[in-house]
Design a protein around this ligand. Structure first.
Ligand code: GCB
Length: 601
């Protein structure tokens, strides 16, 4: 009996020994990588036949085995090599017309050869897969990842072969009530391997992750940590910033960790001067280079201070939607188009809604000097009392912060969007806030909240969540869902908190080129009118320190069917998905231009 138990334990353990999901590898682009992008074979599997048997049990002979008939009589009902293909990175919805509304499973397969090397470890790194990914190499399961907008990696050192490897991923984008996000969102549920996939090569012991930023409140002291992974964990690690003549040595402990702290005389990163330094993290067995900016961000009363000086966040919200071609954005070019439109508007800040965007957005924001609000898809009707939902949200939060914690551009981590008040919701969000603060004490914490009327003229922000935030975020649609544009003229804003406010959404909807008078819905003139009244209202809010109109560019949404106007797009963009600027764009642009004269950029 004992030996059977032992055997079962061993069998259960073997796959873990071979294929490990280790923590995220920081800065994969700063390492030796081999791209797996391009065409992948794909099988559409709406009934998950490749995963479950006819008793709805996980099947041992799923599609991940990539089986081939060995004799002419063999029965195998799938064949990757004769099926169609999909481009990676890319959502599947916009690659084939029959997939536009598809929600379910698609199996992806990529074949590759790899020359194995001594003392070298190999990982497969996914930028993102929406929503649930089961990953297999050469028929063995590597693991599962849940959450559509954050990266994950698996070690494959012991499974990879010199020739004939097949990497298979089951991607499932079915919406679930207990997931994050949950069943309803006002954006398209783009499925698939939506971001880049690559192999990452490292030495046996390597620099897995590091956090190198200015200590909270200090403009001259860097503080953070370095983490090694491997079997030679006790090493000397140097942090070098040649341009600032810095070279500091630290020793990692038995777990491969070292706390770092040292004084540094640096040119600080800001929108005026987005200075990035080459930073080298050099252990004895590995080294990684990154470009890192240094700045401080704090609040004092209702002020937001960048490098100690009050700042107004001239922002705009952006979805990860590709300009011109539609679908999920994934490339540097997409990021540059979106961010340069935002710059034309006059921004120094963007809200990346409603989930972590691809890494290019953060890297380019760092280079262009655009401050960023980044958030997780805790949106609307999350199951607050479900512990698995909380764990899922915590995991997505951890992955977002892990990936982007060294980007100077990121100044706000946001926890949630328009969530309804309840004790369960408050305790869920408090846990996320505690986690965010423990992972990164340097950024500001916010959430996009709602407001309510205390009388017909007074808008009140007193959501109990506000107590736990550094910056209040508030979404309001006065002039669109809430009255007509001129209603904004009568409103007065109040809050119970002595904190800065970012108006994290406001807007109105109009397809580009649809004209009429300023009170006719869906016209550019109505949208322009709504923005004019909004702007004069915003100017009257004494504790306002940032504005993020909804939204830079039109985006697809299944909740927007109105034929001839929306055609399954949310048309609240200041710019159309073909890059045409609507009248409202120029209202916001003027508001931001006027501000440059009176406030520091
Ligand atoms: C909101 C949501 C956003 C929607 C927007 C709208 O409040 O946060 O996701 O797209 O309103 O257009 O209704």
């Amino acid at each position: 009996m004992k030996s059977i138990v032992l055997l079962i334990c061993l069998l259960a353990v073997i796959p873990c020994v071979q294929a490990q999901q280790i923590g995220l590898i920081a800065n994969p682009d700063g390492r030796k990588t081999i791209s797996l992008d391009g065409q992948w074979r794909a099988i559409i599997d709406p009934y998950e036949t490749g995963y479950y048997d006819y008793r709805y049990q996980p099947s041992a002979d799923g599609y991940f085995k990539n089986a081939k008939p060995k004799t002419k009589s063999d029965l195998i009902e799938y064949d990757f090599d004769n099926s169609g293909s999909l481009k990676v990175p890319g959502d599947w919805n916009t690659q084939e017309e029959r997939l536009l509304f598809y929600e379910g499973t698609i199996w992806y397969k990529k074949a590759f050869d790899y020359q194995r090397k001594p003392n070298t470890r190999l990982f497969v790194y996914f930028g993102a897969a929406n929503y649930l990914a089961d990953v297999y190499l050469n028929g063995e399961k590597l693991g599962r990842h849940e959450g559509g907008f954050t990266p994950f990696n698996f070690e494959i050192t012991n499974l990879v072969r010199d020739t004939g490897n097949f990497l298979i991923v089951k991607v499932d984008n079915q919406r679930r009530r207990d997931a994050v996000p949950t069943l309803i969102t006002d954006w398209w549920n783009y499925g698939g391997l939506t971001r880049r996939v690559k192999l990452v090569e490292t030495p046996a012991t390597f620099v897995q992750d590091y956090f190198i930023q200015l200590q909270k409140g200090s403009r001259g002291r860097i503080s953070g940590w370095v983490k090694l992974n491997g079997n030679k964990l006790n090493q000397k690690v140097q942090i070098r910033i040649p341009e600032a003549r810095i070279s500091k040595s630290f020793t990692t402990d038995a777990n491969g960790s070292a706390q770092i702290t040292f004084d540094a005389d640096l040119t600080l990163w800001s929108p005026d001067n987005p200075k990035l330094y080459d930073v080298l993290i050099a252990a004895e067995t590995d080294q990684v280079q990154d470009q890192i900016g240094f700045r401080t961000i704090e609040t004092r009363g209702t002020e937001i201070l960048l490098n100690g000086r009050p700042i107004f966040l001239r922002g705009v919200c952006i979805h990860e939607e590709a300009p011109f071609r539609g679908g999920r954005a994934y490339s540097r070019e997409d990021a540059l188009t979106l961010l340069s439109w935002a710059k034309e508007l006059g921004v120094n800040f963007v809200r990346l809604a409603h989930y972590p965007h691809n890494e290019f957005m953060l890297r380019e924001a760092d280079r262009l000097g655009i401050m960023v609000w980044s958030e997780i898809p805790v949106y609307w009707t999350i199951l607050w009392e479900n512990s698995a939902t909380l764990e899922n949200a915590q995991n997505q939060l951890r992955e977002m912060i892990t990936r982007d914690k060294n980007r100077a551009a990121v100044i706000v981590w946001s926890m949630a969007n328009e969530t309804p008040l309840s004790n369960a919701r408050l305790s869920f969000l408090k846990k996320l806030i505690e986690q965010a603060r423990s992972l990164d004490s340097t950024r500001l914490i916010s959430a996009a909240m709602e407001r309510h009327y205390t009388d017909e003229k007074t808008q009140m922000i007193d959501d109990p969540l506000g107590e736990y935030l550094d910056v209040l975020g508030c979404n309001e649609y006065v002039g669109w869902y809430d009255g007509l544009p001129e209603k904004a003229d009568r409103l007065e804003w109040k809050t119970t908190y002595q904190k800065p406010l970012i108006m994290s959404e406001f807007g109105a909807e109009a397809p580009y080129g649809n004209h009429g008078d300023p009170l006719t819905r869906w016209t550019e003139e109505y949208q322009e009118n709504a923005y004019q009244h909004q702007v004069s209202m915003l100017k009257r809010i004494s504790f306002l320190r940032g504005t993020c109109p909804w939204i830079l560019m039109d985006f697809r949404s299944p909740r927007r069917p109105l034929t001839g106007i929306q055609d399954f797009h949310n048309r609240k963009g200041l710019i159309s998905d073909q890059g045409q600027k609507k009248k409202a764009f120029f209202v916001m642009q003027k508001y931001y231009q006027e501000m440059w004269g009176t406030l520091p950029k």
